[in-house]
Write a protein that binds this ligand. Structure first.
Ligand SMILES: Nc1ncnc2c1ncn2[C@@H]1O[C@H](COP(=O)(O)OP(=O)(O)OP(=O)(O)O)[C@@H](O)[C@H]1O
Ligand SMILES: [Mg+2]
Length: 230
């Protein structure tokens, strides 16, 4: 996996993961780099079915254990079918959410024992660990507003729980997830770069490309300077 590079985007609802993953994908292709775009949950035939179950409104009765295992099952398929083979072929892989989401939502958010989360995460991904994770840090109210106002589909199960001010052990579910992300970032300073995602998209892209130039140059052992579209 000499020339491969694995980037994941993480963060709260409406932080801009999907938008930025797509922009970044186009920039890397324009710069002549072999790149694939992946997303979680989903991205495979089974994964897309799981996505509907875990994200769509109407599945409120889904329990935490089943939710954790469904996300894990979707990821296992994504790693097996998309991510690992692409990295082995030397592609850059951009993945919209990955195992940090499980740690943030099911671990810190739902309160499932962290040793179980770590065990399932490592069972699923094995050695497929991101080279770089961009944590898009958005104010939760800004993020929720973006996610609910612009969302054109039914993928609002988590948004509904946040808007209902659901609590877990006396603390808002939303705050548990957000604080969880900060803890994950603090625990993995070499892998995770925190990006202030409250700003204009063009500024975020500029920051991300700067980080990427540095990290790609480091990994490929030659200077990489990505050109931005005009
Ligand atoms: N920095 C930004 N400034 C203003 N609007 C933004 C910004 N980033 C994203 N948006 C808009 O907010 C909406 C949600 O963004 P997006 O779907 O990329 O978020 P997400 O992190 O993928 O959310 P989710 O976790 O729900 O999938 C989109 O309509 C997008 O255009
Ligand atoms: Mg998204």
């Amino acid at each position: 996996m000499e020339e491969s590079f694995f980037i994941t985007l993480e963060g709260f609802e409406g932080s801009g993961k999907t938008t930025l993953a797509e922009i970044l994908y186009k920039i890397l292709l324009k710069n002549g780099l072999k790149t694939v775009l992946a997303k979680e949950p989903g991205g495979t035939i089974i994964g897309d079915k799981i996505r509907k179950i875990v994200l769509e409104r109407g599945n409120e009765e889904l329990g935490y254990k089943a939710e954790l295992l469904l996300f894990a099952a979707s990821r296992a398929e994504n790693v097996r079918i998309n991510i690992k083979p692409s990295l082995e072929k030397g592609f850059i892989v951009i993945c919209d959410r990955y195992f940090d989401s499980t740690t943030a939502y099911q671990g810190f958010g739902r309160g499932i024992d962290m040793s179980i989360i770590e065990c399932i995460n490592s069972f699923v991904v094995e050695d497929i660990i991101p080279d770089l994770t961009l944590f898009l840090d958005v104010d939760s109210q800004v993020g929720l507003q973006r996610a609910t106002i612009y969302n054109k589909n039914l993928e609002l199960r988590f948004e509904d729980e946040f808007l209902q001010k659901k609590e877990v052990d006396g603390k808002l579910f939303l705050e548990r997830v957000r604080d969880g992300y900060y803890q994950i970032a603090r625990q993995n300073p070499d892998r995770i770069k925190i990006i202030d995602a409250n700003r204009d998209i063009s500024l975020l892209i500029k920051d991300i490309i700067e980080v990427l130039n540095f990290r790609l140059s480091q990994k490929y052992k030659k200077e990489i300077i990505l050109k931005l579209p005009n």
